[in-house]
Design a protein around this ligand. Sequence first.
Ligand SMILES: CC(C)(COP(=O)(O)OP(=O)(O)OC[C@H]1O[C@@H](n2cnc3c(N)ncnc32)[C@H](O)[C@@H]1OP(=O)(O)O)[C@@H](O)C(=O)NCCC(=O)NCCS
Length: 177
Amino acid sequence: MKTIEQIKKDFEIREPFVQDEENVLKCRQEFIQDNSYINGGAGLTKISDYAEWLQRVENDKNGSNRPKRTELLFIRKSDDRVVGFINIRHTLENGFDISGGHIGYSIRPSERNKGYGTILLSIAIDYCRKKLNMKKVLVTCDKSNIASKKVIINNNGKIENEVAEGENIIERYWIKN
Ligand SMILES: CC(C)(COP(=O)(O)OP(=O)(O)OC[C@H]1O[C@@H](n2cnc3c(N)ncnc32)[C@H](O)[C@@H]1OP(=O)(O)O)[C@@H](O)C(=O)NCCC(=O)NCCS
């Protein structure tokens, strides 16, 4: 059986390019049909125009309209399929230190429950450590989001506390490198 480190090699995370349009939009369609919000998708749930979305990703990267964010595709190398989305917030302004944290993510509905969410977060944390020189990351999830909670714990997340956000309870975890 493959270890997590071996499975991680089957995937890459990278910025979206112009040529990813069909791949990304098919993935978007799948989320929409499933009624599933694209967490970490740089607003892709609402933006249907690919060029507009790419521009938003670019603006976020440069911090031109809000604090810097890096938005990445999670891609399976064997078939070049977009399997998920990742959003890394470089800083935690505007309440993201309470809820939201450094990393947002989602796996497309047809690829869930195969261990990919755990792999995605592990690769995203490597990215934070190596490319952004972050020593620790805050990852939060709704208390009722069992899959996300397990993904965080699988990546050695240590709970700091729970906070109320409206009717929801948010769990706040730190992952130290
Ligand atoms: C959260 C999410 C990324 C998990 O992705 P995934 O690929 O299904 O995760 P994994 O396959 O690595 O599963 C992690 C664990 O959760 C469990 N799990 C998966 N789906 C589950 C579900 N619907 N209910 C309960 N447990 C679930 C798995 O069995 C696994 O358990 P284990 O660690 O004991 O083996 C995915 O469900 C998703 O994209 N959800 C919508 C967006 C979202 O909630 N993002 C996170 C915001 S904080």
